[in-house]
Ligand binder design. Structure first.
Ligand code: GDP
Length: 478
């Protein structure tokens, strides 16, 4: 299946009747609304002497990513920083404290907007962009979707607590992504803080602090007492200098979706981190499988701006649909190209979902189980790391009873997304997040479709709960 006869005629600017006649001559009987496959469409197009413009993955890639930049066009750009670390070690506090170091922040009318990222301008004029969706979920999810936006990871370790499981995971994630780490030893205002101990612990994870002869910058900070925040920013700039971060601002914009949601009265809004080029009001773009035209651009202070260049996070209005975090954002030539690419990607996504989904609603599931027609409990599991994914999946699959088996339909590392919810909804399954959360669109969709999302941070709790649910399914308390 590829295109309807009517749409094909429309694209070729030929009359539908003529197309149907031409197809009859070729021995294909089709009506206007009938869908024909790509090969047939190609023959028809040739028959009419039109140029074939078959959109393939390669065309999409060609269409959206232009030529490489010449060295002389590259300008240095601000580093993009993600803050990671164990829960309660002070990621949020540090993000807030760093935000307050912005010299432009105090300007009249500058209201802090949480758009998923913000930029800090330092006294010397240097800028740093922070992704303010702390945690591995954002980082991993974006990376899973192919978006490598983070230049530097700031690993927060509480000086009174030391390296904890999520600290280790953050180290693993950063290393896997080959993103350099700067360590912020936080809570150094506390009397029991022991930064020396933290440095030694880092050694065990092959992060050798400069003080111990290595190349890892470690700063002793306090988000609460606002201690050494300037030193931390200096370290970030120093690291950025070593990375020689640059981009060509004078080309069509390309970037990544940091956050996207559907808002009342505003439609779909997305925070885009521009990675190269400059996006302007009026630009036509593709964002994942959605397209649009920039109606307005807002910065992290909620002000309307006309354009945004490399490393600038900007809220974009004018989307036709809601993309997902980690999707690409690419300004394209015109509406036609935008629509073609978006349609192509939507078709691909739908095919992928249909391949596994399509087994009915939760109610059907219940009644089918009761009637003995269903022997499976579908589960979608998303985790923060591969290790827990494997452990949980194998426990779940072993857990089924005589009557009902557990079937992990989809298991992956990363946050819970709309496609997970779609899958759960269409199979009557549940979506489980282990140390990951659902993104706002996924939560919205889950509410709408009545999909159960459950979050866990202890494997035992997850398994125990699933046993209960399975029991409930077998003997519903009615
Ligand atoms: P997150 O879970 O990593 O985002 O951590 P939060 O930023 O929410 O901080 C967890 C707790 O630690 C909160 O009660 C903060 O007030 C506290 N905290 C954060 N930074 C500091 C610090 O530098 N010093 C002290 N004493 N407490 C801090």
């Amino acid at each position: 299946e590829f295109i309807t006869v009517g749409e094909l005629a429309n694209r070729m600017a030929e009359r539908v009747g003529d197309v149907i006649k031409a197809m009859m001559k070729m021995g294909v009987m089709a009506t206007q609304n009938q869908t024909i496959d790509a090969d047939t469409a190609e023959l028809v197009i040739e028959e009419f002497g039109h140029r074939i413009n078959r959109v393939s993955e390669a065309d999409v890639e060609d269409g959206i990513s232009g030529a490489e930049d010449k060295a002389e066009d590259l300008k240095s750009r601000a580093p993009v920083v993600t803050i990671m670390g164990h829960v309660d070690h002070g990621k949020t506090s540090l993000l807030d404290a760093l935000r307050q170091t912005d010299v432009a922040g105090g300007e009249a009318g500058g209201i802090t907007q949480h758009i998923g990222a913000y930029q800090v301008k330092l006294e010397g004029g240097d800028q740093i962009t922070f992704l303010d969706t702390p945690g591995h979920a954002a980082f991993t999810e974006m990376r899973m979707r192919g978006a490598n936006v983070t230049d530097i990871v700031v690993l927060v370790v509480a000086a009174d607590d030391g390296i904890q499981p999520q600290t280790k995971e953050a180290i693993a994630h950063s290393k896997a992504a080959e993103v350099p780490i700067i360590v912020a030893i936080n809570k150094c205002d506390k009397p029991e803080a022991d930064p020396g101990r933290i440095r030694n612990q880092l050694l065990e994870h092959e992060l050798v602090p400069e003080e111990l002869g290595g190349d890892i910058m470690c700063l002793e900070v306090s988000a609460k007492a606002k201690l050494n925040l300037d030193k931390l920013e200096e370290a970030i700039l120093l690291q950025a200098e070593m990375l020689e971060l640059s981009a060509n601002p004078n080309r069509r914009a390309e970037g990544a979706i940091v956050e996207a949601k559907l808002e009342k009265g505003r439609g779909s809004v997305a925070t885009v981190l521009v990675q190269r080029g400059t996006v302007r009001v009026g630009d036509v773009f593709v964002a994942g499988a959605e397209s649009g035209r920039v109606r307005a651009l807002l910065n992290d202070k909620g002000r309307n701006i006309e354009e945004a260049g490399p490393s600038v996070p900007v809220e974009v209005l004018g989307l036709q649909g809601t993309p997902q975090a980690g999707d690409d954002f690419v300004v394209v030539r015109d509406d036609t190209q935008a629509r073609e690419i978006a349609e192509y990607r939507q078709r691909k996504a739908k095919e992928a979902t249909q391949a596994i989904a399509g087994r009915g609603t939760l109610e059907q599931m219940f009644s089918q189980i009761k009637a003995g027609e269903v022997q499976e409990m579908p589960i979608i599991i998303k985790t923060d790391v591969q290790g827990s994914l494997e452990a949980i999946t194998s426990s779940l699959e072993k857990m089924g009873t005589e009557e009902v088996k557990v079937r992990v339909l989809h298991g992956a590392v990363g946050g819970i997304t709309e496609s997970d919810i779609t899958l759960a909804a269409s199979t009557g399954g549940v979506a489980l997040g282990f140390n990951v959360r659902a993104n706002p669109q996924a939560r919205e969709l889950a509410r709408r479709d009545g999909v159960d999302i459950r979050y866990y941070s202890v494997i035992y709790d997850l398994i125990d709960d699933m046993k209960k649910i399975l029991g409930g399914l077998l003997a519903p308390e009615l």
